[in-house]
Write a protein that binds this ligand. Structure first.
Ligand SMILES: NC(=O)c1ccc[n+]([C@@H]2O[C@H](COP(=O)([O-])OP(=O)(O)OC[C@H]3O[C@@H](n4cnc5c(N)ncnc54)[C@H](O)[C@@H]3O)[C@@H](O)[C@H]2O)c1
Length: 323
């Protein structure tokens, strides 16, 4: 592929910083838009992008995506595509502040779609989430499922962004790939997510909260596999004809909460102290990705088994000194 200029929102975050590294490594020019908010320690986000300091082909525009002033500050030059990963990303905090999630995730995405339209940027890859499937009893989740019964404001906001993107595709021919990520883990994982938080707590001998009986299950995706899917989706949007698609990017294997904890115990060589608590409102009992569509359209093919991914995240945690 020729060298591209990509607007990467949320580029200082967990997934976004890996995407930015990969784009630069293959020679693309990157403009990161990120507000470095304090949902978790902004110093972590600054560390995620520190390696690019002084690189003229990796620029950072700092600001809130949902503030029109921020979008007006983006460089006035041609962009080939947008990779939109910025969002308020926690499920449980969205229950406490649904309006914030609607403003940043929904209004912010619509503003970015509109910015892309007016700037003639026709390719738009955006982060959605497995949470759009809600409490669906039918597994594995297929993109053809209805996805109209979200059980958290976060999930509702993600589904709403997909629908707005579909409208832009219909009206203006925007090429859109909505990527439904399934619990992504690996180095730099958000510290609020269970795996990172459990690694940290078990290592320090602190108790870990276990919500429910340990039987809830997740389809965990190692971040390198997610990256492969993001880059394939970017290419998918380069087709000459308008196209719109939602794609599951998971691993197609479920791991129970109990098994997840055991795997971390094995990797750390330490036993967890479990504090059993009631299940949380907004949490879904299971996620499980049907990958048929992503494999066929994107050539997506996850490679890293859960146990291997945990071993790599623990090794990184020891090396970096933070989860
Ligand atoms: N990590 C996962 O398991 C997972 C699963 C499903 C979906 N997703 C989605 O993937 C994307 C990336 O998630 P992540 O885990 O890397 O989260 P993250 O919080 O590490 O990254 C998101 C980044 O967006 C930035 N941001 C947030 N609000 C912003 C705003 N108003 N303006 C500008 N920047 C803003 C944050 O500062 C952060 O750097 C999100 O859209 C998230 O909803 C993640």
């Amino acid at each position: 592929m020729p060298r591209q200029t990509i607007l990467l929102t949320g580029g200082a975050g967990f997934i976004g910083s890996h995407v930015g590294d990969r784009l630069r490594a293959r020679g693309d020019r990157v403009v990161v838009l990120d507000d470095f908010n304090d949902y978790y320690d902004p110093a972590i986000k600054r560390a995620n992008v520190a390696a690019h300091a002084g690189d003229p082909d990796y620029r950072i525009v700092e600001g809130d995506l949902s503030d029109p002033v921020t979008l007006a500050r983006l460089p006035d030059e041609p962009f080939d595509a947008v990779i939109h990963l910025a969002a308020r990303a926690g499920v449980r905090p969205s229950v406490a502040d649904p309006a914030l999630y609607a403003r940043v995730n929904v209004t912010g995405t619509v503003m970015l779609l509109e910015w892309a339209r007016t700037r003639g940027v026709r390719r738009f890859v955006m982060a959605s989430s497995s949470s759009v499937y809600g409490k669906s009893a039918v597994v594995p989740f297929s993109e053809d499922d209805r996805a109209d019964q979200p059980i958290s404001p976060y999930a509702a906001s993600k589904r709403a962004t997909e629908l707005h993107a579909a409208a832009f595709h219909h009206l203006y021919g925007t090429r859109v790939a909505c990527l439904r990520f399934f619990t992504v883990f690996g180095p730099r994982q958000r510290p609020d997510l269970a795996i990172a938080s459990f690694i940290r707590r078990i290592d320090r001998g602190e108790p870990i909260p276990v919500y429910g009986d340990g039987g809830t299950a997740r389809d965990y995706t190692y971040v390198d596999d997610t990256l492969q899917g993001v880059l394939a989706a970017l290419e998918w949007t380069a087709a000459p004809e308008p196209r719109f698609g939602c794609f599951n990017l998971g691993n197609c294997r479920t791991v129970t909460l109990s098994r997840m904890i055991e795997t971390i115990e094995e990797a750390l060589g330490r036993k967890a102290v479990r504090r059993v608590l009631p299940e949380q409102p907004g949490d879904v009992p299971i996620t499980w990705a049907d990958l048929t569509r992503a494999r066929a359209a994107l050539g997506y093919d996850p490679q890293v088994p859960f146990e291997e991914g945990i071993a790599r995240q623990v090794a990184w945690y020891r090396d970096a000194g933070r989860p």
